[in-house]
Design a protein around this ligand. Sequence first.
Ligand code: GLN
Length: 312
Amino acid sequence: MEQSAHTEFEDALTRAWSTQRENHSGTVADYIPELSKADPGHFGAAIATVKGQIYTIGDAEVPFTIQSVSKAFAFCLALEIAGPDLVASRVGVEPSGDPFNAIVFDPGTNRPFNPMVNAGAIAVAGILHEHLGADAFDFMMERFSLAAGRPLALNEAVYRSEAETGHRNRAIAHLLLANDALAVAPDAALDLYFRQCSIEVTATDLAWMGATFANMGACPRSREHAFDLGPVRSTLAVMFTCGMYDYAGHWAYDVGIPAKSGVGGGIVGVVNRQLGIASFSPRLDAKGNSARGVGAFKVLAEHFGLHAFDCT
Ligand code: GLN
C-alpha cells in the first residue's frame, strides 16, 4: 500500500533525527557570551509544506536566536525596499570561500563578497536603515513575523550581549564606511544587524519562513504576503551559492538546496515551490554550521531526492 504523504514526512524526520541524535560533535558558540548558555542537547527539526502542513520532531518548539539565518530574509527585504541596482552597488553575490566573520572584501570592487557573510549583512542592514531610518527594525520584525505566521520577539539578553562584545563586526562596519559600502553611521547599521540576529525563533518558525520563500513570498501558514517574488528568487540564488559560508560548495554538492545557517544552531532550507525545512541544534562544526543539522539535512535530501540535480 502506498504510504500517505503524512506518514512519509514523519518517517523521514524520525530517520533524520535518530541518525543524528548520537552525534555529539561540535561546540556551542561562545564568542557571544549569552549564546554559550544554550543547552547543547537540544535537537529539533520541522518541515512545512506550501500547502500549509507542518511536521515536527524533537525540540522544534524550543526558542533560539535566528542569528545569520536572518541575513537571507534581510537581503530579500533590502532588494524590495532599495531595488537591485542600489543593493548591487553595496554588496556582491559571489561566494567568498572565507569564514562568516572574515574581514575581507572583493578586491575588484572593495565590496563584501555576498550578503550571507557578516560584512555583506552589515552592508544590507545599512541599506535598510538608510531607507527606513528608525523604523527599520520594526519593519523587519513585521515581515519576519508574517513569514513565520506568528508574532516574533527580540531576545534582549542576546542582543545586549552581542552589542557589548561585537568588536569584530564593529571593525567590519567601519571598513564598509571607509569603502563607501555604507551610507549611514556604522553604529546605526550595527544596531539593526545585532537586533535582527537576536530575533527569537523555533525550528517550526524557520520551517514556515522557508516555506514562505518556497511559496513565492506568501506564508502558507497565515496566507499573508511577506516578501516580493523577484527578491525571493534572487535570495534563493544567493542562499544556494553562499548560504553555508565556506561549506557552501560541499553543501551544494551533498544536499543541493538553498539554505542558510546561523550560530544559534538553526538551519533553514528551501525546496522551491514545495517545502521549508528547518533544524535546530546548537553544537556547531568548524565552519560554524550546526553539526547535527548538516547531518539531518543530508538524510532528508537523500530520502526525498531533494537535490536540485537529482534525476528521479
Ligand atoms: N550575530 C552573529 C555574528 O555576527 C551571526 C553570525 C552567524 O550566525 N554566523 O557574529
